[in-house]
Design a protein around this ligand. Structure first.
Ligand code: G
Ligand code: MN
Length: 408
């Protein structure tokens, strides 16, 4: 990563912990009885101010502001032409000859380098005063080094966070650019007739070792790219529609944020909305219901149906189901698992069948793995189901080849 990119990443990372650095600057400045303390970073021949403690002198330098490194003491100190501790600059011809000495002015100056974890120079930890201070001694310099080290460990931690952040962001960009994922489709089947009713598009990211889609979407969310990634996947999934038999719907997963972005309408434009289902999963509480409602309404006017995904699981609560008014309710597999052996699951499922009938929704049981489960669900009145017993998620070509009515 170039210096500039690192610099931008650091700027783009507001979580940077400035407090510890500021405390170190402030404590050292007041200990020395000086007026200005700052932490700088060297970026492409410039000295950039990263943190400043200079009460009343804010006009002299601002965080993010910069000056040419060649004009500064820092440069001379690093090259050994000036010492780290200068009680009076006018005693040193090199300092006295520098324009900045008279501009600021600078008379007393203490400055120590800050290193990155690879040993390269990040910048300097500096205190200075327009007044000379002949009492400055090596004990002050030693203390300055202690505080500089504190600042240095904070700088190193921050650089690591922003470099991880930008590496992850680059990786997600690459996954999207190179379409480094495959789509698989899982049949949604009528539990009585065995007919194919719909298919859920699921994405599988190509990586070694394999990582579940949830992990990828979680990573994308950490760098603010989950909506973009979901839209990219949905666009890819939509390509299946031209080959899917008439009367079979395509079910697509989207987080509330992606729906609320309002961008699905443009992605769906030109596709038959009445053959699309959008499955909304709630892994976190919905932040903005008004926007979500508005965007869902817009999709519904295109004929798109709305499903609530993972219904009955911890994160898809009853209130959310009532609020979303789903056209389809996808019963979470935790309710389906061993439903034949558990009265509580059976009665909850029966309640959902009732709720669905009352609200005009249809039910899809997810994660059916055993014949006994399918039988109980059927007897409870669940119309459709999905799960390894019926069919695994598979490439579209395989699914189309295996199409046709099946009985279970
Ligand atoms: O949250 P959502 O329901 O969209 O998740 C679907 C995931 O569940 C997919 O990754 C799919 O592979 C998986 N899945 C589908 N059928 C079954 C099943 O019968 N059992 C289990 N354990 N997982 C399933
Ligand atoms: Mn789903």
């Amino acid at each position: 990563m170039s210096n500039i990119a690192a610099f931008q990443a650091a700027l783009a990372e507001p979580a940077v912990e400035r407090d510890a650095i500021f405390e170190a600057l402030h404590t050292m400045r007041t200990h020395l009885g000086m007026e200005i303390a700052y932490l700088s970073e060297f970026v492409d021949g410039k000295l950039v101010f990263r943190a400043i403690d200079a009460p009343g002198l804010e006009h002299l330098a601002q965080v993010g502001g910069s000056m040419d490194l060649a004009d500064t003491y820092c440069n001379q100190i690093l090259s050994g032409h000036l010492p780290q501790l200068i009680p009076d600059t006018l005693d040193l011809p090199v300092a006295a000859a520098m324009p900045i000495t008279h501009q600021i002015p600078i008379r007393a100056h203490v400055s120590v380098p800050i290193e990155r974890s690879d040993g390269s120079t990040y910048g300097m930890f500096c205190c200075l005063s327009p007044k000379p201070n002949t009492s400055l001694n090596n004990r002050d310099l030693a203390l300055m080094r202690v505080f500089a080290r504190l600042a240095q460990s904070e700088v190193q931690r921050t650089l690591e966070v922003s470099s991880n952040h930008s590496m992850l962001s680059d990786l997600i960009d690459r996954v999207m650019r190179e379409r480094a994922f495959d789509m698989v489709y899982q049949p949604i089947i009528d539990l009585r007739s065995g007919d194919l009713k719909g298919m859920e598009a699921l994405c599988r990211f190509r990586s070694d070792p394999y990582r579940a889609p949830d992990l990828w979407f979680g990573d994308a969310a950490r760098v603010g790219k989950s909506v973009l990634l979901e839209l990219t996947v949905i666009k890819m999934a939509l390509k299946a529609l031209q080959d899917v038999p008439a009367g079979v719907y395509l079910s697509l997963n989207a987080s509330p944020d992606t729906v609320a972005s309002g961008r699905l309408a443009e992605v769906f434009a030109g596709h038959p909305g009445d053959r699309l289902v959008i499955e909304v999963t709630e892994h976190a509480a919905v932040a903005d219901w008004a926007t979500l409602d508005r965007c869902l309404h817009a999709l519904r006017t295109m004929g798109v149906r709305v499903a609530i995904d993972d219904a009955g699981a911890g994160h898809s609560g009853l209130q959310q189901m009532v609020r979303l008014r789903p056209d389809l309710i996808k019963l979470d597999r935790s309710l389906v698992d061993r439903i034949d052996e558990d009265r509580a699951r059976r009665s909850l499922c029966a309640a959902m069948v009732h709720y669905a009938a009352e609200t005009g929704a249809s039910l899809v049981a997810e994660g059916i793995e055993r014949q006994e489960e399918a039988e109980v669900l059927r007897s409870l009145g669940v119309q459709t189901g999905q799960g390894y017993l019926l069919a695994r998620p598979m490439p579209l070509a395989d699914l189309l080849a295996s199409c046709g009515p099946k009985r279970h």
